[in-house]
Write a new protein. Structure first.
Length: 132
């Protein structure tokens, strides 16, 4: 069974609280996606509804579990330029000038560029166990 729930609170730019806890079977270290539902997908021959498209907003990992809720943290990383003084020192020493850092969640209320609005993480967004 795939665990499914909803975001009930945000905790800064890297963490969210979901309405799944130990009683739901969630465990520390499990992978989840935050998503919104899109169009219904239907088999054209049988007309059977197969499900809905998922707009994946972020990938997260369970970091803390309580009985009725859990904390999930961003598990995606991105390359970023280090602070200028470190970048200059790295340049002079021949080391790479980028570093891998944890990617913040695209939370509601933060400035977005055109087209990013549908990927904003909000309270009540859906979460499900990532089985890929």
């Amino acid at each position: 069974m795939i665990l499914k729930g909803r975001i009930i609170q945000t905790l800064g730019q890297y963490k969210v609280i979901v309405n799944l806890g130990a009683g739901s079977g969630i465990k520390r270290g499990m992978d989840f996606i935050i998503y919104s539902e899109g169009e219904t997908v239907r088999d054209p021959q049988s007309n059977e509804i197969l499900g809905k498209l998922e707009n994946v907003k972020a990938r997260v990992k369970v970091s803390h579990v309580q009985e009725k809720f859990s904390i999930l943290e961003s598990s995606e990383t991105e390359k970023r330029m280090p602070p200028m003084f470190k970048a200059w020192a790295d340049f002079l020493s021949g080391l790479p000038r980028t570093e891998m850092v944890r990617k913040p969640l695209p939370l509601e209320g933060e400035p977005k560029t055109t087209g990013e609005e549908e990927n904003t993480v909000r309270i009540d967004d859906l979460v499900r166990q990532d089985i890929s």
